[in-house]
Design a protein around this ligand. Structure first.
Ligand SMILES: [Zn+2]
Length: 320
């Protein structure tokens, strides 16, 4: 039997040892090359596009010879006003791409010896960079599987039996439970969306799936509406999981990863951030056969191309 990709040496092309051995200057150079790939890491003014700059090496700043604007390699990207060393940033990226089910922020903060809040904000900024690859706005085509799964809003049962409530009733629920609806191309992209009900998936399909595509869905009755717009294959999960090639197993694989991420690493996710974890899991699914060096490369290059995060800029600094 062929060796599984993840067990092969080809899947391991980057290590923490190599990052720290190369050191801070090499890490800084990597960021420059990712920010300005067209000029091989030579600075380009973000304000006027001029490619001749004064290099203020001691402060790692550049000054544009055209408009005298001062900037750094991270100005205008999600890493703007970072305080962490470049080598630690690269290490954080390495740890995050290596974690196939995500990594808890307490663990990341211990590995990097930084505050929990620093790790939390950094990881969420990286998730924004991943989301750019997932939420592209392009329609899905070919064979697309659609399914939904519930996350969050867990209610702990009371200690004594006589105090316990019927947790199925709406009046006893917290209102924090959400559905992740996923549309996944077989051999292609994964597109998750957070909604309040699974039935909203029909509307999502209308906006995100080509009319030429074939859909696969399970037996849930709200998917009946899909038959009006597409060729739909259905599988009744109470009887069989795969019926002569009719299945939603790609969607189930995605939920398996997201479920393990939420249960095993984050333990608790709020509805406010669930879409970011959903994008993170989709990114990991779509890149599951990519070696870790390439993944880190993609992540840094996305992050350097991503604008200053509106959600996370100065987060906690402002509140302090
Ligand atoms: Zn300039």
């Amino acid at each position: 039997m062929a060796q599984h990709f993840l067990l092969s040496a080809a899947s391991r092309t980057l290590s923490l040892r190599s990052i720290y051995k190369a050191g801070e200057d090499a890490a800084y150079q990597t960021f420059c090359e990712m920010r300005w790939p067209k000029t091989d890491g030579e600075a380009v003014c973000p304000r006027c596009g001029h490619d001749e700059t004064y290099n203020i090496r001691t402060r790692r700043k550049f000054k544009c010879k055209g408009c005298h604007h001062q900037f750094s390699v991270t100005s205008g990207t999600i890493f703007a006003s970072r305080k962490m060393d470049f080598v630690d940033l690269l290490a954080a990226i390495c740890i995050i791409v290596n974690a196939s089910k995500g990594v808890s922020m307490v663990q990341l903060s211990r590995d990097l010896d930084c505050q929990y809040k620093t790790a939390f904000v950094l990881a969420h900024k990286l998730r924004e960079a991943m989301a750019q690859e997932i939420q592209t706005g392009e329609v899905l085509d070919g064979h697309v599987e659609i399914d939904g799964a519930y996350f969050g809003g867990h209610i702990r049962p009371e200690n004594r039996k006589e105090d316990r409530k019927d947790r199925r009733l709406k009046k006893h629920q917290t209102g924090k439970r959400r559905v992740v609806v996923v549309m996944r191309e077989r051999y292609g992209r994964t597109l998750p969306t957070v909604t309040k009900t699974e039935a909203e998936g029909v509307e999502l399909a209308t906006r995100n799936v080509s009319r030429m595509a074939t859909l696969s869905a399970d037996e849930a009755s709200h998917w009946d509406l899909l038959h009006a717009g597409w060729d739909v294959e259905r599988v009744n999960h109470s009887e069989v999981y795969s019926d002569h090639g009719k299945h939603t197993n790609m969607a189930e694989s995605y939920f398996s990863r997201l479920r393990r991420m939420v249960v095993g690493q984050h333990h608790h996710v709020s509805p406010q951030y669930l879409h970011q974890y959903a994008n993170h899991a989709a990114w990991l699914e779509d890149n599951r056969r990519t070696d870790n060096g390439t993944l880190a490369h993609i992540m840094v290059s996305n992050a350097m191309g991503a604008p200053v995060s509106r959600n996370w800029k100065g987060c906690w600094q402002r509140a302090a």
